[in-house]
Design a binder for this molecule. Structure first.
Ligand SMILES: Nc1ncnc2c1ncn2[C@@H]1O[C@H](COP(=O)(O)OP(=O)(O)OP(=O)(O)O)[C@@H](O)[C@H]1O
Ligand SMILES: [Mg+2]
Length: 234
């Protein structure tokens, strides 16, 4: 296994006007390569702030975030762009596909052909969208759109797949299918996966469960017997 992610003493405060809000306080967290980590916590507890900091789309005020041996907090903006492109894939609740591009083109846009381990057609098959390459997002169900966004997130074979409420807009049956796909990706490529959710039941599929409360880690628990997403009691 081995450590992929090492977070130490991370603090983040948002300023809005004269008031400030401490969104993360003294976060310390290690994550091993290949783990599926579920991050739980009430609305406003800092889940997205934490995952965005790990993904290099947001800055923190202090602390270190080592990915492999590189502290991404110390990177300049250009280096951070490079880090994101090389190592991180994002999946969001609302899919964020480009409406006037097809399935194929949405994935192609994120690709770096020379480095892609899979062709886009192979990837479309792998996420269960065979025959849909030329459809537009509006011609797909929510679950199918999320499959496109997952394909887009993994086209460069990232080490880290960061999912912020990936099933937040989907019903339980489709959610389990999406979680199954995420688990298959983890299995096949040894991708380290972080999943933010409000649904505590999803923690049953995780190797590690982190609970956040008021910007602090309340608990960090290893799940010795993660189950298949099909078995989650929704
Ligand atoms: N850009 C911002 N400016 C000011 N405050 C912010 C900003 N982004 C987030 N916050 C505040 O920081 C806190 C943590 O926000 P965050 O989005 O990380 O929560 P969350 O756990 O992801 O919540 P949710 O489950 O609702 O998505 C919240 O109180 C939020 O209002
Ligand atoms: Mg959030």
């Amino acid at each position: 296994m081995g450590k992929l992610l090492g977070i130490e003493g991370v603090n983040k405060t948002y300023q809005s006007g004269l008031s400030s809000f401490q969104a993360l306080t003294d976060i310390k967290l290690d994550i091993n390569r290949g783990e599926i980590v579920v991050i739980l916590g009430p609305s406003g507890s800092g889940k997205s702030t934490l995952i965005n900091a790990i993904g290099g789309i947001d800055r923190v005020d202090s602390g270190t975030i080592h990915v492999d041996s590189e502290d991404i907090v110390s990177l300049n903006d250009n280096q951070l762009v490079h880090y994101r492109r090389e190592k991180v894939g994002f999946v969001f609740q609302m899919y964020n596909l480009i409406p006037n591009l097809t399935v194929y083109e949405n994935i192609e846009l994120a690709a770096n052909i020379s480095k892609s381990p899979l062709t886009i057609d192979e990837l479309i098959d792998a996420v269960g969208l065979t025959g849909m390459a030329n459809r537009f997002p509006r011609e797909l169900s929510g679950g199918q759109q999320q499959r496109v966004s997952i394909a887009r997130a993994i086209v460069r074979k990232p080490e880290l797949l960061l999912c912020d409420e990936p099933t937040g807009a989907l019903d339980s049956k489709i959610s389990k299918e999406i979680l199954k796909l995420i688990q298959q990706i983890n299995d096949k490529y040894n991708t380290t996966v972080l999943i933010i959710t409000h649904n505590e039941a999803i923690s049953a599929m995780a190797d590690r469960v982190i609970a956040l409360k008021d910007g602090k880690i309340e608990s960090n628990t290893i799940n010795k017997q993660p189950i298949e997403p099909e078995g989650i009691e929704w």
